[in-house]
Design a protein around this ligand. Structure first.
Ligand SMILES: NC(=O)c1ccc[n+]([C@@H]2O[C@H](COP(=O)([O-])OP(=O)(O)OC[C@H]3O[C@@H](n4cnc5c(N)ncnc54)[C@H](O)[C@@H]3O)[C@@H](O)[C@H]2O)c1
Length: 263
């Protein structure tokens, strides 16, 4: 047996990380986990929210804005040092059937969930390449690969984010940079609560339906019998950002309790 002592924090302690969508939910959990592992974290979000983790350095950032993305990435490197880890978490869910979805909602979904990942990853990668090190993790969704009722725009935007991140991994492998995807299923955050609220269900009813499944909408339920907590997703992100995943790139790690039968 190897005597090498490996910890989940290998390759994270002392590093600089940029997290988008860090103000709440999964982004805040990722930020807290990186801080606990010893990283210096730039917490970028559209809004500075009260739930922004203490100890992180907040930056206002709209990931849809190419100029702002370049300015914030430059500011993070100037203020905190070279970015070693980028985690793309910022996202929006604008639910609705295709018939109900207007062009603006479609474009919003693509702008944040797909173009935002492209812009921030491109800006960070350009700085990582000459240094020949770095790890990029994109939080996508299991809806990227499994059709969901009322989520066509969201699923399409997430499929684009996943495919982009895996192609980036191929382009950057020769530069020593790894790019991976984490695809969560239902996770207890404001985004999921707002989705259930829009269907005017109580939270208890919504959780029960999510866990048991609903064949009227072709959802199977969650075999592991629980809705994920944000830190369940953060754990997977931390692994992929760490040196323990040093031989893992272009991977899509599904963290959905088996909901899409591929975990
Ligand atoms: N919660 C779930 O069930 C679930 C499931 C699968 C995937 N996801 C994905 O995980 C990620 C985080 O989701 P969450 O549930 O924590 O959502 P959330 O709505 O609670 O948090 C999203 C964060 O992204 C920020 N954001 C939105 N638009 C932005 C923009 N243009 N620029 C910068 N920041 C912006 C918001 O201000 C917010 O702080 C999203 O990409 C989401 O699609 C969530």
């Amino acid at each position: 047996m190897s005597t090498r002592e490996a910890s989940l924090h290998d390759g994270i302690d002392g590093k600089v990380a940029l997290v988008t969508g860090a103000g709440r939910g999964i982004g805040a959990a990722v930020t807290n986990a990186l801080l606990a592992a010893g990283a210096t974290v730039a917490a970028a979000d559209l809004l500075i929210q009260p739930s922004t983790p203490r100890g992180a350095v907040p930056y206002l950032l709209d990931v849809r804005d190419a100029g702002e993305v370049d300015d914030v990435v430059a500011a993070v490197e100037r203020d905190l040092g070279p970015i070693d880890i980028l985690v793309n978490v910022a996202g929006v869910l604008l639910p609705g059937s295709v018939e109900e979805t207007d062009l603006e909602q479609w474009q919003q979904s693509i702008a944040v969930n797909a173009s935002g990942v492209f812009l921030v990853s491109r800006a960070a990668a350009a700085r990582m390449m000459p240094r020949r090190r770095g790890a990029i993790v994109t939080v996508s969704s299991n809806a990227a690969s499994t059709p969901r009722m009322g989520m066509a725009a969201y699923a399409a935007s997430k499929a684009a984010a996943s495919a982009f991140t895996r192609c980036l991994g191929l382009e950057l492998a020769g530069h020593g940079i790894r790019c991976n995807v984490v695809s969560p299923g239902s996770t207890d955050t404001d985004m999921l609560r707002a989705l259930h609220g829009s269907k005017s269900k109580t939270l208890a009813e919504a959780w029960k339906t999510t866990i048991n499944g609903d064949l009227t909408t072709y959802r199977l339920g969650i075999p592991l019998g629980r809705v994920a907590a944000p830190h369940d997703i953060a754990d997977a992100v931390l692994y992929l950002a760490s040196d323990r995943a040093r031989h893992v790139t272009m991977h899509d790690l599904v963290v959905d309790g088996g909901a899409t039968l591929q975990a």
